[in-house]
Write a protein that binds this ligand. Structure first.
Ligand SMILES: *Cc1c(COP(=O)(O)O)cnc(C)c1O
Length: 220
């Protein structure tokens, strides 16, 4: 089932769109099944869970941290994480830089923008993103690379609202690109329920969980 879901989704994605298989809460055997079907990029939202899975699975997997970051846990993933999607402060960038340096690595990061109208969603305002990207301080962080933006739309079926949120993020992405930021190539938006629309609005990376692995059961 997992292999079939994965292949169906992959066949629908344009060539320039990267698929992150969101495997949070799922057992190793599910990830192994997706791996056997050719998937090499997995997204997790808890650092400890990602570390456990990293230790047990093949080493050619690219691990993406998509969840809200606790700064004091960045050190546990600094030796292997390949992209951190949810960066929402300069302090966190600084911590990632510090930990990456210890491993002599450069860690790619995305700044998380707040696009949803809901109160609960994390993320930076568009102005805060520009302030960080065009600050003098960021130039001192040699062990991180901000390669793009990430956003989570409002949890709604209202297509017009989703579209307007995705379009806003794409416009910011373009604006930053035009201003000449190097290596600013990744726009991470779109999940199981809204990835088609996100791609229409310019997404280059979709984060898909339940449409591949099935619904999640959260244990409290
Ligand atoms: C869980 C999660 C996803 C995947 O959600 P699905 O609806 O299962 O596809 C994508 N992005 C983030 C940040 C998530 O936490």
């Amino acid at each position: 089932m997992i292999a079939e879901n994965l292949i169906n989704i992959k066949n629908k994605l344009p060539e320039n769109v990267t698929l992150v298989a969101v495997s949070k809460t799922k057992p190793i055997s599910d990830l192994q099944e997706a791996y056997n079907a050719g998937q090499r990029i997995f997204g997790e939202n808890k650092i400890q869970e990602m570390v456990t899975k990293y230790d047990e699975l093949p080493k050619d997997i690219e691990w993406h941290m998509i969840g809200h970051l606790q700064r004091n846990k960045v050190k546990y993933m600094a030796h292997f994480v390949s992209l951190i999607h949810g960066v929402d402060s300069f302090k966190t960038l600084k911590e990632i830089d510090k930990q990456a340096k210890k491993h002599d690595r450069v860690i790619n990061c995305l700044l998380q923008a707040r696009i949803a109208k809901e109160e609960t969603k994390f993320g930076l305002t568009f102005q805060e993103i520009k302030n960080i990207l065009f600050s003098e301080e960021i130039k001192e962080l040699k062990n991180i690379n901000v390669v793009g933006l990430m956003g989570m739309a409002t949890f709604t079926d209202d297509q017009e609202q989703l579209k307007s949120e995705f379009n806003d993020l794409k416009a910011l992405f373009n604006e930053i690109n035009i201003s000449g930021k190097d290596k600013f190539t990744t726009l991470s938006m779109g999940m199981s329920g809204d990835y088609q629309l996100a791609i229409d609005c310019g997404s280059t990376m979709v984060r898909i969980g339940s449409s591949i692995f099935g619904n999640r059961n959260y244990k409290i």
